[in-house]
Design a binder for this molecule. Sequence first.
Ligand SMILES: [Ca+2]
Length: 287
Amino acid sequence: MNRNHYLQDKGFAPQDSFCKIGKVTFSMLPLPKHLFFAAAALLLAACSPSQPQEIPQYFYDVVHTYPHDPAAFTEGLFYLDGFLYESTGLEGQSSIRKVRLETGEIVQEHQIPGQYFGEGIINWKDRLIELTYKTQVGFVYDLAGLGLQRQFTYQGEGWALTQDGKRIIMSDGTPELRFWDPETLKELGRITVTDEGVPVKNVNELEWIRGEIYANIWTTNRIARIDPESGKVTGWIDLTGLLADTDRVAGQTDVLNGIAYDAKSDRIFVTGKRWPKLFEIRLIKKT
Ligand SMILES: [Ca+2]
């Protein structure tokens, strides 16, 4: 009879019962059996892998409702100095516009050649940069007049653009986001957007908001809040019900798309493809 057999015979648990919490090892000997099992239950709970923290969920309050061109198939959106800049898609219908927020009035517009499907836009200094969907051609315009300055090329599909003050951030419909040098428009690196380890597909219109990347996920009512370093989704915003059924036209009204941010006044705007309204929203964390 070795020591363990002796201890078990005397009502004690085996000597090699222990667990590790961090770098600390806890021995559970010697204990009478009834205490051993109570202690084991407690330690089992302590030794179990910690449950992953649930990703915070948000819903919304509508702060203001503004008119939006119900013919605008919104692909890109940002806010600058009192105006929205918007790009619209579809071949033959693509344009970039400068729009007065309060009225929806188009104050400047540039039509895109019919072979291109306009996608994401963003400002950089005195320029406005635009992607196209599958043609792998981008355009650089002067921000003040929306006049074309030059073209550039990139690989893959073009979905959306935003910028963090140092880099341009680009989505292509995959879970990857690309970072570009804003001057050369050359790639600096990528992150993969993941939700609890699972890559998130269809990452669409982007906005840089308070140090995070917001992205609406194509064909859903959800916006992901993304850590720009790791690509991890740090929050989900559910915009279900934002556009009322009574504001929808069958075969016309399309999905949520378009996030803009007024950093000076901390206002978030969202709209959708051929939505008649654009909303300023406030996020509310679900408890
Ligand atoms: Ca945007």
